[in-house]
Design a protein around this ligand. Structure first.
Ligand code: LMR
Length: 396
């Protein structure tokens, strides 16, 4: 039966973890996967998460099936976070939100629904984009193409190229956009540029799908979510996937969501009914634990305040590491200007290092980054940054 089955390639990001774990180099550093580790290189268990978990254990409950669309309080909290507490959109009942298995799950639910809605539509992702975007939408049956995004010479965004591609896309094309902290480049577009993107989406009848996996890692929760308000103000229907993997350090709990903005309450009910079929036929209904923690934190004022503080702590530590990274590269004798690292946002830096350089870093020094040159700055700390920058100096 399986004689003709070919060996699939290793996942470009998660596959690195397997290789890293098997590496016996005591100096090894994992800057591959997008995971935040603290100043001591440890994956944090947030105090707000620990407190919420303790509350849940205290009032331990039996685990029945959740509703297909997830915990109601969780979905409501996701909406408040993404669209803003007092958003008229929510009062009008114009957002269908479902709990999803991580941000990836939210993307897949949206992709499956869109495929049913418009089977011939094409998907456009940024060039480059998160490695899994192409695979996920391809697997959902779409033809996936790219719009220009990264400008290597400018060390920024090729915005004219991006806009031109959107302005020539066919009606119904699904455009995957990174709401903030672009993965992998770390370069975001400005609010005024978002306005132009939104105008193109509206004029061409495109379907915007915002991937918001890093809300709070750019400038703050509200600040990073402002782009959603811009889409809402434009009066268009769109998709937003949410992830709490990073912002709650709950990677393994797979806590995410999908929100679909619709034109009316009636439309929302119909969209929600379709999303529920997608969920039911894939995994029936979502798991309890992670979403219960997030809902508890988001709806308990003291825990919510603690979370915001802890998230700010992660954001600020990453920013500090960006500055230190640039300085220590210089100190290690690198003459190339790497100051662009401090203008990038979020967990990643698109370092400009080539695939052979990334391979050398991995094979000779045990410094793991993605072949594209993406480095997870959120995994740098005072103990490993010297070794990392000296290793980079040697491969340049
Ligand atoms: C990443 O880009 O490293 C993260 O989003 C983790 C993942 O699932 O790829």
């Amino acid at each position: 039966l399986f004689a003709a089955v070919e060996m699939a390639p290793r996942d470009p990001i998660l596959g690195l973890n397997e290789q890293f774990n098997a590496d016996t180099n005591p100096a090894k550093v994992n800057l591959g996967v997008g995971v935040y580790t603290d100043a001591n290189g440890k994956l944090p268990l947030l105090a707000c998460v620990k407190a919420a978990e303790a509350q849940l254990v205290e009032a331990a409950r039996a685990r029945g099936y959740l509703p297909i669309d997830g915990i109601a309080a969780y979905d409501k909290a996701v909406q408040a976070l993404v669209f803003g507490e007092g958003s008229p959109l929510l009062a009008e009942g114009r957002v269908a939100t479902v709990q999803a298995i991580g941000g990836t799950g939210g993307l897949k639910l949206g992709a499956d629904f869109l495929k049913k809605l418009n089977p011939t539509a094409k998907v456009l992702i940024s060039d480059p984009s998160w490695e899994n975007h192409r695979a996920l939408f391809t697997n959902a049956g779409f033809t996936v193409d790219t719009y220009p995004y990264y400008d290597a010479d400018k060390q920024g965004v090729n915005f004219d190229g991006m806009l031109a591609a959107l302005n020539s896309a066919a009606a119904g094309t699904v455009v995957v956009l990174h709401a903030c902290c672009h993965n992998p480049t770390g370069y975001d577009i400005l609010p005024a540029q978002w306005e132009q993107v939104i105008a193109a989406v509206k004029a061409r009848g495109l379907v915007a799908f915002l991937d918001m996996a890093y809300q709070g890692f750019g400038d703050g929760i509200q600040e990073d979510g402002a782009v959603i308000g811009q889409f809402v103000a434009a009066g268009i229907d769109f998709f937003v996937s949410t992830s709490f993997s990073k912002s709650f350090s709950l990677y393994g709990e797979r806590v995410g969501g999908l929100s679909v903005v619709c034109a009316s309450k009636d439309e929302t009910a119909r969209v929600l009914s379709q999303l529920k079929i997608t969920i039911r036929t894939n995994y029936s209904n979502p798991p309890t634990h992670g979403a219960q923690i997030v809902a508890t934190v988001l709806t308990t004022p003291a825990l919510r305040a603690q979370w915001e503080e802890e998230l700010a702590g992660m954001r600020n530590r990453i920013k500090k590491m960006r500055g230190a990274f640039v300085e220590q590269l210089k100190a290690a004798g690198v003459t190339r200007d790497f100051s662009f690292i401090t203008t990038q946002r979020g967990m990643f830096s698109y370092s400009g290092l080539t695939k052979p350089q990334m391979e050398r870093l991995r094979n000779e020094f045990g410094v793991y980054g993605v072949d594209s040159g993406r480095i997870c700055v959120a995994a740098l700390n005072e103990h490993n940054i010297g070794y990392v920058t000296q290793s980079i100096a040697k491969v340049i």
